[in-house]
Design a protein around this ligand. Structure first.
Ligand SMILES: [Zn+2]
Length: 176
């Protein structure tokens, strides 16, 4: 089962993430310093305060195939505008002012917070393998809310919405 294989490789991915965050600690910019106007209306101040941003030329993705996860090779070699690890997201420099992208990555910050490292990685990995990047569970959720943010000025409580979705997934996850 793929889930067992992912579970077995978790420590490698975890170690890689922790070392990435440690090595980039000098470049981490608090989200607050970007002074976006809309974002704070969708997220709690605790979440906005906790989020850090690193501007990069190339998005860092773990060497998953080196870890033996060939199933994630397409994901590993993909080209992304941003990626989130725990409370820190990496975005390409040219998207620095793209509030909608920041919004998307913040959905992931909330997912990481609510799921914790192991469960986030398992759900993310299984989603990518089963449904592909764009349709994977956690990405689809982030894209849906991002589109809602883009299409309307009407605010909504992202954290509450994410929590409801994750609770529903959790109940399925725990019985299967
Ligand atoms: Zn995403």
């Amino acid at each position: 089962m793929i889930i067992n294989k992912l579970y077995e490789k978790l420590p490698l991915v975890e170690e890689w993430i922790k070392s990435l965050l440690k090595n980039s600690s000098g470049q981490r910019i608090p989200l607050r310093s970007f002074t976006f106007q809309r974002l704070p209306n969708y997220y709690s101040s605790a979440t906005v305060d906790s989020a850090k941003v690193v501007l990069v030329d190339k998005i860092p993705v773990p060497p998953l195939s080196d870890f033996g996860l060939q199933e994630l090779r397409d994901f590993e070699t993909g080209d992304y505008a941003g990626i989130t690890y725990l409370d820190t997201y990496f975005i390409k420099r040219q998207f620095e002012e793209d509030e909608s992208l920041h919004f998307h990555e913040l959905v992931h910050v909330v997912q990481w917070q609510m799921l914790g490292l192991q469960k986030f990685l398992l759900l993310y990995g299984v989603g990518i393998i089963q449904d592909g990047y764009r349709e994977s569970l956690l990405e689809k959720m982030a894209y849906n809310y991002q589109h809602r943010f883009q299409d309307s000025l009407e605010t909504f409580d992202v954290e509450n919405a994410v929590k409801k979705e994750l609770d529903r997934i959790n109940s399925v996850w725990n019985v299967s």
